[in-house]
Ligand binder design. Structure first.
Ligand code: FAD
Length: 464
């Protein structure tokens, strides 16, 4: 048994590699984003929730146009700061901040709903842009990546199927017909699909190949004949006030059917059979970005809990003076700090190696699992501490609570990540060939006694 306990990197830069400070220039950007989020984005979030004017009337078409122009203006302010698409490297027009700085900015955006849209880093476009950048031909980049980067096209990523969320079980397939491909099958819970100009679809092209070599990715324009929107799905918490069996539902996730959709040969994204492997770039990036924003959500819930604890009284005391409340606040703080450091550590590892190595995939699986648990626990405690107000729809806590279970499902269930994490961990170990384990005390005692018989003899003669 000889596992590596720490991954070490030789630091060729000046300063300590364990330095938690940021440079003054970047701190200015952090301050700007923090202020912009509080002054501009949080009020926009509140407005977009009610979508009404000051008299409680639904917005007219013209009022909506004005709101969208205002959003465009906010996006321009972000561009003027050089922060548009801050997840992207300079080769794609982004500032190339690296993952650690990205984490710190994403924490701030995690406190908001519209933040990622205003900063040009909203899922699923972000991941799809990464996929196009890594796998696309020059032509595909020009046609799809550039307009998506500029915010002129929207996209969606279609992998999950109604009967299965796991690659080995997928059925949606594409078969060759001359130079073209014919796509058939169904995809489910595809975020943003109704608003998308194109989808990146995972389809089985080589059913007899090993699982991870069976699928290829295709760029499918949503206007293509044969792309059928069966319906648009809400997550729970949204009232069932409309006909669910219609594509016009306002839910953010689509059920899509492909009926003999003809695709030209240049719709293939990346190599044939390399779909699952290629998708790892997208999914790994997406998972860590979600984790970064989860830190922000949890920090906001904890801030709310602390303020409430100091403000609310019960039995002659503020809640903050009650030991059980203190214990809950302390638990949330510890969980959040541990999680945050793990996210930053993973981000730092990516910055150091510049890729999603096995070591990094292990850490990403771990933070993906913790994100669900930490968000659940911290948000629950904050709701509980707010009492009846916490149960109401008059705080942001309800929204946070609704999205807490998402974290354990989207981009793969916690169970499948635990399975993967354990497999990656276990690759660092070997079984013990003996009947009893390496750390069996009787054998260690026997070996130590043998060693020390020699040691004692040697040191005894040295002292004479
Ligand atoms: C908000 C949201 C947005 C999404 N957006 C998209 C999108 O844009 N595109 C897209 O393609 N998909 C999307 N999805 C779907 C998502 O990727 C899948 O839901 C996820 O991969 C899990 O698949 P599933 O729903 O089929 O669950 P299943 O795989 O059926 O898992 C259900 C349960 O089975 C158990 N289970 C599963 N695997 C294991 C295992 N290995 N070991 C032990 N137990 C296990 C667990 O209890 C798990 O929770 C989205 C989902 C959500 C919630």
């Amino acid at each position: 048994m000889n596992p590596k306990t720490v991954i070490g990197f030789v630091n060729n830069r000046q300063g300590s590699i364990m330095d938690f400070s940021v440079d003054a220039e970047f701190q200015k950007q952090v301050d700007w984003v923090e202020n912009f989020a509080a002054e501009e984005i949080e009020p926009l979030d509140t407005f977009m929730r009610t979508r009404q004017d000051a008299d409680g009337n639904e917005l007219t078409r013209d009022q909506w146009r004005a709101v969208f122009r205002y959003i465009g203006d906010l996006q321009q302010q972000v561009k003027d700061q050089g922060l548009w698409g801050f997840h992207l490297g300079p080769e794609l027009g982004g500032p190339g901040l690296g993952q650690v700085k990205l984490s710190l900015l994403n924490e701030i955006l995690g406190r908001t709903r519209m933040g990622p849209t205003i900063f040009g880093c909203a899922a699923p476009d972000t991941g799809n842009m990464e996929l196009l950048a890594h796998n696309g031909t020059e032509e595909q980049k020009k046609k799809y990546l550039e307009p998506t980067l500029a915010g002129k096209m929207r996209s969606a990523y279609a992998m999950t199927e109604p009967h299965a969320g796991e690659p080995g079980e997928f059925k949606c397939n594409a078969n060759r017909d001359g130079d073209d491909w014919i796509l058939n099958g169904e995809k489910w819970f595809i975020s943003n699909a109704l608003a998308a100009d194109f989808l990146i679809v995972m389809a089985i092209t080589e059913p007899d190949a090993p699982t991870l070599e069976r699928a290829s990715m295709f760029i499918v324009e949503t206007s293509n004949p044969g792309v059928e929107f069966v319906r648009n799905i809400h997550t729970f918490g949204t009232p069932f006030t409309e006909n669910l069996n219609t594509e016009k539902g306002r839910g953010g996730h689509a059920y899509i059917r492909f009926n003999d959709v003809r695709l030209p040969s240049d719709a293939l994204l990346g190599k044939e059979g390399a779909g699952f492997v290629g998708s790892q770039t997208r999914l790994s990036g997406g998972r860590i970005h979600h984790a970064m924003r989860t830190v922000g959500v949890c920090k906001k819930a904890l801030d709310m809990a602390c303020e409430r604890a100091l403000s609310r009284r019960s039995k002659g005391q503020v809640l903050a003076d009650k030991q059980m409340v203190q214990a809950d606040l302390a638990e949330s703080y510890i969980q959040l700090q541990q999680f945050r450091l793990h996210v930053l550590y993973t981000a730092w590892l990516i910055d150091m190696t510049g890729s999603y190595t096995r070591e990094i995939r292990k850490e990403i699986a771990a933070i993906k699992i913790s994100a669900a648990k930490v968000m659940h626990d911290v948000v629950y405690r904050a709701i509980h501490l707010h009492g009846s107000l916490g149960m109401s729809n008059e705080t942001p806590l309800g929204d946070m609570w609704m999205s807490a279970p998402w974290m354990g499902i989207m981009d793969g269930s916690s169970e499948s990540h635990k399975e993967n994490l354990a497999k990656l961990m276990l690759r660092e170990y070997e079984p013990c060939e003996d009947l009893f384990p390496s750390y069996h005390l009787p054998r260690m005692q026997e070996e130590a006694a043998k060693k020390f018989t020699v040691v004692m003899k040697k040191y005894a003669s040295n002292s004479q």
